[in-house]
Design a protein around this ligand. Structure first.
Ligand code: NAD
Length: 506
């Protein structure tokens, strides 16, 4: 369907021009702050929507509404009824894929085929996956006998209960996935939510919230507050009425959230930055590995936490592989997400473009060899060509810091020194994702075991699925999303020890 649309539909233009509101306690209400949020289309630099931030008083009301729902109809709702609402939401998301996809492309810049794919398939599937869990959250019965309780009979069991009110703070790089990934497990666990989207991408969240309303979730279960990080984001992290902060974003802000949340020791889960390795051994299927390496880095214009931005290639095939990389990079057509044939869009902002260009210029000045791209085309939009650097050394900033742009750093390794390779692979403060490309099963599994990341692909990169836990080691985060572990992050365990009295016949 995305191929048929080459410009925003009239419906979406009307949507963007609307008076945008917050959603609190089941009602669309005017924001209480005068602080303006201007939403820019990064492909055209046009301001496509204007809205106002929530005030801290709005945030208080949203938190109170979330607490009320938890203590009220939502808390009492049978799990099967919760699941039914979630299945309905998934269907509505599919039906609204055109709206949601266009909004993603307009506010984030990603190609329409990509935003539509996610919304027609991945995000609703994720909601369905977690909907299935609603009726399967169980505790255990334990063969336990408390200390000095041997004379009595006992029933000891655990209850899994919702953590409570969740404050979700998300980034701009994949609005639909980020919202779904927070809302689906939280709702399945029986939590309620106050969501703050990134100030650059507030629009998709509004349409998503309309679907929550249409699906029939009780008032207060899901609340939308717009705002910046330094007011509403920080307000969520500090709010005493919030039980858990679920955050995705940069490592620096993750640390600020942990500090702010420390006052009342609320729970915090963090999905942060990455600098993931892509390891190509000489015996890999290069026809697959080379285009996959380009895609692993350039997907979402490199604004993707799990991007494979550090490529390690075995010395004996390095020259050939670099040539193949250049050929693969050349297929990543830059453009407006609505233009047919666009493979990657712009980066999110002028500031982000300057940051990416800074990395490119610095890498060149310290001796990395630019073998593809690196230019900023003239004209409107925050575009930067997909870029490949060879001869990158571990001390260069490009080899250590997250660029969050389409810049691939290639290093070489020698076949007989896996220990040295792994020292370089693991020599960053990050540990989010990674992949190993080889036909040698022993080598693949050995390297996969020792790459210090939350997930590693073998002959695949960023193989994300609803069932598979995803998250970071080291400064890439705390906790896991997706799968059973993603649900557990929204549950707390209560142990109940029941003294049944003296043993029968005792
Ligand atoms: P960011 O950290 O600047 O912003 C993320 C969110 O945090 C935004 O909503 C922002 O308003 C809010 N925020 C900013 N300052 C805050 C504060 N002091 N207190 C509370 N909230 C605050 O990140 P970004 O630039 O929007 O996104 C890019 C980063 O996100 C990259 O580092 C990327 O790797 C990371 N990311 C990680 C994952 C993952 O799953 N690990 C996924 C996507 C993006």
């Amino acid at each position: 369907m995305s191929g048929l649309i080459t410009e925003p539909t009239d419906d979406i233009r009307r949507f963007m021009a609307r008076d945008h509101r917050l959603f609190i306690d089941g009602l669309w209400v005017a924001p209480g702050s005068n602080r303006l949020i201007e939403v820019e289309n990064p492909s055209t630099e046009e301001v496509i929507a204007r809205l106002h931030s929530a005030s801290l008083a709005d945030l208080d009301r949203a938190v109170a509404a979330a607490r009320g729902a938890l203590d009220g109809p939502w808390g009492r709702m049978p799990p099967a009824a919760r699941a039914k609402l979630m299945y309905r939401l998934a269907g509505l998301m599919e039906a609204a894929a055109l709206d949601l996809g266009q909004l993603s492309t307009l506010e984030n810049g990603m190609p329409l085929w990509m935003s539509m794919d996610k919304l027609a398939a991945f995000c609703p599937e994720l909601v369905r996956y977690y909907a299935g869990w609603c009726t399967k959250v169980t505790g255990d019965t334990l063969p336990a006998v408390p200390l000095r309780g041997e004379g009595d009979d006992w029933l000891v069991y655990t209850l899994k209960q919702p953590v409570g009110v969740v404050g979700a703070i998300i980034p701009w790089n994949a609005p639909a996935s980020m919202i779904t990934l927070k809302a689906a497990p939280a709702l399945a666990a029986g939590c309620t939510m106050v969501l703050k989207p990134a100030e650059m991408t507030p629009l998709l969240a509004i349409r998503f919230t309309e679907l929550i309303e249409e699906a029939g979730f009780p008032a207060g279960v899901f609340n939308l507050v717009q705002g910046y990080g330094d007011d509403i984001g920080d307000g969520i992290a500090r709010h005493p009425g919030i039980d858990k902060v679920a955050f995705t974003g940069s490592t620096a802000v993750g640390k600020a959230i942990v500090r702010a949340a420390a006052d009342d020791l609320k729970r915090v889960s963090l999905e942060l930055g990455g600098k993931s390795p892509f390891i190509v051994c000489a015996d890999a299927d290069l026809d697959v590995a080379a285009p996959s390496a380009a895609a692993a880095c350039f997907f979402l214009s490199g604004q993707n936490c799990m991007a494979g931005t550090r490529l390690f290639v075995e010395e004996s095939i390095a020259e050939e592989f670099e040539e193949r990389l250049v050929a693969a990079a050349a297929t990543f057509t830059l453009g407006d997400g609505f233009a047919p044939g666009t493979m990657i869009g712009p980066v999110i902002s002028a500031k982000q473009l300057a940051r990416v260009k800074g990395f490119i210029d610095e890498a060149e000045s310290v001796g990395a060899r630019r073998i593809f791209g690196g230019n900023v085309p003239g004209g409107k939009g925050h575009f930067v060509e997909p870029t490949v650097f060879a001869d990158v050394t571990p001390d260069m900033r490009l080899a250590r810091e997250e660029v969050f742009g389409p810049v691939l750093a290639v290093q070489r390794f020698s076949q007989d020194n896996e220990r040295e390779l792994l020292a370089r692979v693991n020599g960053t403060t990050y540990g989010l994702s990674g992949s190993v490309w080889t036909r040698d099963i022993g080598r693949a599994l050995r390297l996969a075991k020792h790459v210090d990341s939350g997930q590693v692909g073998v002959n695949a990169h960023a193989a994300v699925s609803p069932e598979t836990p995803f998250g970071g080691n080291k400064q890439s985060g705390w906790g896991r999303e997706f799968g059973r572990e993603g649900l557990d992050a929204y549950l707390k365990t209560k142990a109940v020890s029941v003294n049944l009295g003296p043993h029968l016949g005792g």
